[in-house]
Design a protein around this ligand. Structure first.
Ligand code: SAH
Length: 349
């Protein structure tokens, strides 16, 4: 049993079952035992696109450069990353930007929940002097582009099921043996307003998507900019329960190893876009990662990299293939862009 499991059991014994979202939040961010707070496992429990190939961050850096230029190359400008992991993507993005224009005008900022990753980012990105945004309050002081890879999927999800004609929230409580178990709250739920698939009897919702859209709306009412998110999920018809846990590359039960496994859900991109458009932002996508990267010229970049590093040709080719192949990450991963109203369509959509 993990130490977080013991802590959660006492909390549940004292205060009753907790919503799935509170469980997910504790598993990821509990200051003493949370997964991201204490033992983040990129490269061990799971692997992300920037860690597979440097070309991923480079293409996004060139995308950001193009969109900065489309904003009129503002002198004060921030490239903001949310959930920057080891700092690899920011490093690769800014190398590409610097090669293309010297990095002029680009201030780098990071929003990161994990103290362990913040420390890694400070070290990795020391020459970029990134500022760390406690929350997103300070975005909006200058035009900005926010980019986040595999960040939306960590935002806690609430789950609801229909039973006897009423909606009830799924909760984590204790079974007869005193072990963690998923159950259904007896009280009727005030389910958040949510467009239901016809006939659906369960749904999952990430309330933080609303908060994110509110933050962007406030910022874009002051300055122009864009927010680009890459993650796994569906464009439409989100399933009702996608909560999954991973440890050392293997899927484990979501209740099996709280705090020592990564917990994640699929992103409902259709909902994110609808929320954004309702708030007056413009939405582009989701498009699939493979075609998005191909449209930005990933093949040409791959060939140039291979020419310069003949000895690593196979590794470079395999990495890029993994990112774009529909049977690997090319289709399952999607890209969505939310922008200040009135801007032309971003490149790649
Ligand atoms: N983008 C990186 C890391 C992905 S893992 C990559 O592609 O490799 C998820 C990242 O989001 C981690 O850095 C994690 O600490 C961070 N994170 C998770 N929830 C967060 C939150 N609510 N606010 C800010 N960062 C968060």
């Amino acid at each position: 049993m993990t130490r977080l499991a013991s802590k959660l059991k006492s909390l549940i014994r004292a205060g009753g079952p907790m919503p799935v979202s509170a469980y997910m939040n504790a598993c990821l961010h509990d200051p003493e035992h949370g997964y991201y707070a204490t033992r983040p496992g990129i490269g061990r429990d799971f692997i992300t696109a920037p860690e597979i190939s440097q070309v991923f961050g480079e293409m996004l850096g060139l995308w950001a450069l193009h969109e900065w230029q489309a904003l009129g190359s503002p002198e004060r400008f921030s490239l903001v990353e949310a959930g920057a992991g080891r700092g690899t993507m920011m490093d690769d993005m800014m190398r590409a930007v610097r090669q293309a224009n010297g990095g002029q005008g680009f201030d780098v900022a990071i929003n990161e929940a994990s103290p362990v990753y913040s420390a890694a980012q400070k070290e990795r990105l020391s020459d970029l002097h990134p500022s760390f945004l406690g929350a997103f309050q300070s975005i909006g002081e200058a035009p900005f582009i926010l980019i986040a890879n595999e960040w939306l999927d960590c935002l806690p999800a609430r789950q609801f099921v229909q039973s006897d004609g009423d909606w009830h929230e799924k909760v984590v409580g204790l079974d007869d043996q005193g072990d963690l178990a998923i159950g259904i709250a007896t009280d009727k739920a005030n389910a958040p307003a949510f467009e239901m698939r016809d006939g659906a009897t369960s749904f999952e919702v990430q309330p933080a998507l609303e908060t994110l859209v509110d933050v962007l709306k406030d910022a874009f009412s002051v300055v122009p900019g864009r927010a680009l998110f890459i993650d796994y999920g569906v464009s439409e018809g989100a399933p009702g329960d996608t909560l999954r846990a991973f440890q050392r590359g293997l899927q484990v039960g979501p209740l099996a190893l709280p705090g020592s496994s990564d917990l994640t859900v699929d992103v409902d991109f259709g909902r994110l876009r609808r929320l954004a458009e309702k708030a007056g932002l413009s939405g582009h996508g989701p498009v699939e990662q493979g075609p998005f990267l191909m449209g930005l010229g990933v093949e040409a970049r791959m060939h140039a990299l291979i020419r310069a590093n003949q000895g690593r040709a196979e590794e470079i080719y395999k990495g890029v293939t993994r990112l774009v192949d529909p049977a690997e990450m090319g289709r399952r991963f999607k890209v969505i862009c939310l922008s200040a109203p009135g801007l032309a369509a971003p490149v790649g959509f």
